[in-house]
Design a protein. Sequence first.
Length: 319
Amino acid sequence: MLQQQNEPAAYLSVWRCGLLISWEALAAEPLDDTPFLVKPYVPREGIVLLHGKYSTGKSPLTWELARCVGEGLSFFGHETAQGRVVYIDVDTPRSLIKSRIQGIPAAHNVWWAFPGAFPPSNVLVEYANYVNPNLVIINTLRKVHQGTDIESSSASAVYGRFQRLFPAAALLFVHHDRKDSTHPNAKVNDDEAFAGTMAWINDAQSAVHISRHGAAFAVKHTKSQVSELAPSFTFQLDAAGHVVALLKERLGTLWPTLPENLSKTERVRKASRVLGVAERRVWEALAEHPDEAARRQTAIRRRHETAGPLKLADTSAVT
């Protein structure tokens, strides 16, 4: 049975290492006001697995997520708590990242790191000590460990290592999907299409899958131990490779904020200027929006109700 240390110094040493806390002390700790960094995708101090095939926008999406957390901005309409971010890129050289992020507004509270593949712990500790991050993004998972992706022990080892190095941070690992099977009868669950053992998702608190559909990319929340799953959303990449929401979704966020005293035409004109698109495209997007379609149907029904039943003309005098 575990005995309390007779030496106060020894007890405090264990306490400071974060190894032990009594039930009473844990229950007495105040609850976090914001249990998510990005609600509901990134729980504080949790592990997130974000995966997808090659060229599905994983890097640009995580750049945008880092920027939103650093600035405390909404992430595709989802509530975000401002925090410090370390983005560890072991997949793409620094020179290429520099060129790819040109044009993206620089974010406060975000630090980049390019330690090369399989970074040693002493280097990662320096990042933790210097920034004390709330979020660490690792791109990609495969290049921060030398085990095999198919062994369940690899997931425990990698996740455990980063949790020890960044104990106060949420960890988001970017991972690739496995290659498509060539077997004609193969059945693939896209939500579990990541390479390697199921432990990568089983040991994570949240998982996100990105897939490509023509020019658009779909983001699906596939697992959460701490919340309801969020509805899927889509995004596109502009000519520079930067993330932009689909016009319909961007308009859906902007439209309720426009002054109600403006006519609809004036609001369309203002939305056109804010979103940088032609007024015709705003009208088209409004026509596709389910709320707008429902509003039109309600207006038509009310007009019919106000007009009352149709009356036949009196033709009795006509010979």
